[in-house]
Design a protein around this ligand. Structure first.
Ligand code: SF4
Length: 244
């Protein structure tokens, strides 16, 4: 009845804008993004020691009052059968909860939102919603309908959310980013993340030169025509108009 926890950061000031949060890492993922920075969580999680869920819950209780929330990330957290029980325990400690997901399990996402276990969702959109492109970036066969459905669920949920895309020069260009932004037209927040050639799942990625910052800003400006707010990760400075 417990989820395996493979990493716990007690506090972070940068993970969830405006909040002090803890971060919980859950193992395994159904994607194999070549740039993934958590290959140990994705490919060989059994080599990592597990942290008892009770210890994490106790720590969240102890820190109540100065830690605002918790981010549950991975890997892909929705691949765990008992995720809802774990999120319920986290919510019971009085903190707000954000889930990071690749959007491949819309029915689980919908259920967690309906049970009011999530205060925020951050979803990766790997590529424009075309089969070939999505599979190139995610590294596996994908169900594009599931990705589309997760986007719809999140945008209609009424809770805080963020879409994000890691932009690697060998995978995506400005036209792709604009196409993704068109797909999420009207979304509150879309963040571009620079590809970083370190600790990649596919070591062939280590040779790839990232886009210059100026080019990513240009992509963000193009995408910004379709969404309320778009910027490059690390350059979030604009005051959001939303009431969250
Ligand atoms: S979705 Fe991709 S980047 Fe995220 S954990 Fe899975 S393999 Fe890694």
């Amino acid at each position: 009845m417990v989820v395996p926890i493979k990493g716990f950061i007690e506090n972070s000031l940068i993970e969830w804008e405006g909040k002090i949060v803890s971060i919980v890492f859950l193992p395994t993922c159904n994607f194999r993004c070549p740039y993934c920075h958590a290959p140990h969580l994705v490919q060989s999680p059994n080599d990592l020691e597990s942290i008892p869920a009770d210890a994490v819950i106790d720590k969240m209780r102890q820190n109540r009052g100065w830690v605002d929330g918790v981010v549950v990330t991975g890997g892909e957290p929705t691949s765990h059968k008992h995720l809802d029980g774990f999120l319920t325990s986290l919510k019971d400690t009085g903190v707000v909860v954000r889930l990071d997901t690749n959007g491949t399990n819309p029915h689980i996402l919908k259920d967690l939102i309906a049970k009011k276990l999530l205060d925020c969702v951050a979803m990766d959109i790997k590529a424009p919603l075309q089969q070939r492109k999505y599979e190139l970036v995610s590294g596996v066969p994908c169900n594009i309908d599931d990705i589309q459905e997760s986007i719809r669920i999140i945008m209609e949920s009424g809770i805080e959310y963020e879409f994000r895309t890691t932009v690697c020069p060998t995978q995506l260009d400005g036209d792709d980013i604009e196409e993704i932004a068109r797909t999420i037209q009207g979304a509150w927040r879309y963040i571009l993340q620079a590809f970083r050639p370190n600790h990649c799942l596919d070591t062939g990625m280590l040779k790839i030169e990232p886009y210059p910052a100026e080019m990513l800003r240009d992509f963000a400006a193009r995408a910004g025509k379709y969404v309320d707010y778009c910027c490059v990760r690390g350059e979030e400075g604009k005051v959001l108009q939303r009431n969250w």
